[in-house]
Design a protein around this ligand. Structure first.
Ligand code: SF4
Length: 411
């Protein structure tokens, strides 16, 4: 797992990169910590391959405090307590309070179980939590609970949202788009408008952990969902972000250019950041153009430092390496931030700067995190010409399913 420990630089910084103009070479927008693998749910696509009990090698309370201090050296970045189920850690309120004291802006993603009591939510709020996110993967218990493998999980999700809002926490829903819920997506859009959230984060499945390549929707299905999200973003009372799908930025750009050409849009604005006003109410908002290792960092339950939770290549461990130095200077993180190194159609794409494709999905499918995004429907003109001339060949896949660069996975 750990394959890139060499560092280019010698001076791990202690500075504050400034949160106005973000420089992702210096600091991530977001750091996620997988507090524990322990969880009472058994979700079919679980990235963390969660299990009921805590791992003996988890970071201790003191190690977590050291990590939080190190993260604060990036500046007042956003810090997410993820899992497993973060509520399985008895020190979670204490750690939220400590992060708040340090000046981090914190969110938590508890599992939708009875552990998230009103009392616990109130304690988290009092400790300084800024936002709470829960997962909903279907518009009704039939889809959600089947996926989570525990009946009652859907109702707990709605209860946690309602209770959090009653005590003054801002709330977010996370949804994983995969084959199993595509037909329910329109109903999910409707449900989101009814549950009082400030933010809907829509994840596009990466086939890792318990998820298989055949669970991922097709590139065409991704495209349909992107357009639906764009339409919804015009009227929704919450902000929307597509995660593990930077190609949504390409669709946003295409739609806004088309609107300008047709005269439907006249104002000049930053197409990737406008519309992020609602979720700024709790100081978190959303990032622009974040990708694995590029504005993003993930620390596992045992302290391994990954470019994201979906790209399981370690660049170090917080127990032995300087987290700030790893982000800024490790070969892995620097390589991921250098889009001139990308391969295949992403390398010649006119949307390279705003997109770059999911590095995690490229890795999961091809074994090379610099390869083309395997689930993008866009074919750059330059790439078409290269294929015609015989200057390019679709990338070979790996694992149980082999996916050409822009083909659909098998039905
Ligand atoms: S080809 Fe690659 S860079 Fe271009 S839009 Fe698709 S995923 Fe993004």
């Amino acid at each position: 797992m750990r394959d890139m420990m060499k560092h280019h630089g010698k001076h791990p910084g202690v500075g504050h990169p400034g949160m106005g103009k973000r420089d992702f070479d210096q600091a991530p927008f977001l750091v996620i910590w997988e507090t524990t693998q322990a969880c009472d749910l058994a979700c079919k696509h679980c990235r963390a391959e969660a299990q009921p009990d805590r791992h003996p090698g988890e970071l201790s309370t003191e190690e977590a405090r050291v990590m939080l201090r190190d993260v604060r050296r990036f500046g007042p970045v956003i810090f997410v307590f993820s899992g497993g189920d973060a509520l399985k850690r008895p020190d979670i309120v204490e750690l939220v309070a400590y992060g708040h004291e340090l000046g981090l802006r914190m969110a938590i993603t508890p599992a939708t179980t009875p552990l998230a009591t009103r009392e616990k939510l109130q304690q988290l709020k009092d400790a300084g939590l800024a936002r709470l996110a829960i997962s909903l993967d279907g518009s009704h218990p039939g889809i959600h609970d089947e996926f989570r493998q525990v009946s009652g999980s859907f109702e707990h999700g709605l209860r946690i949202l309602k209770t959090s809002q009653e005590i003054g926490l801002s709330t977010q829903v996370n949804t994983v788009v995969a084959r199993h819920n595509l037909d329910d997506f329109e109903n999910l859009c409707q449900l989101m408008t009814e549950v009082g959230i400030v933010f809907w984060e829509v994840f596009f499945l990466i086939p890792m952990g318990r998820a298989k390549p055949e669970d991922v929707a097709s590139a065409d299905a991704f495209e349909t969902v992107f357009h639906r999200l764009y339409d919804l973003s015009a009227t929704a009372p919450f902000d929307i972000k597509a995660t593990a799908a930077p190609q949504y930025s390409r669709v946003v750009l295409q739609r806004k250019v088309a609107e300008r050409r047709s005269g439907a849009r006249t104002e000049s604005s930053d197409v990737l950041t406008d519309g992020a006003a609602i979720s700024m109410s709790d100081g978190i908002g959303r990032a622009r153009n974040v990708n694995d290792g590029d504005g993003f960092m993930f620390v596992s339950h045992t302290g391994e430092i990954f470019p994201s939770g979906f790209l399981p290549v370690s660049a170090g461990n917080v127990r032995s390496d300087d987290l700030v130095d790893v982000y800024r200077n490790s070969d892995l993180f620097r390589t991921l931030r250098d889009r001139s190194l990308l391969k295949g159609k992403c390398a010649v794409c006119e949307y390279l700067k705003v997109c770059g494709g999911s590095r995690a999905r490229a890795f999961a499918i091809t074994g090379d995190y610099l390869e083309s995004e395997p689930f993008c429907a866009h074919v750059p003109q330059k790439y078409t010409r290269m294929l015609e001339r015989g200057d390019a060949v679709p990338a070979a896949g790996r694992g149980p399913v082999s996916l050409p660069v822009f083909a659909r996975p098998p039905a």
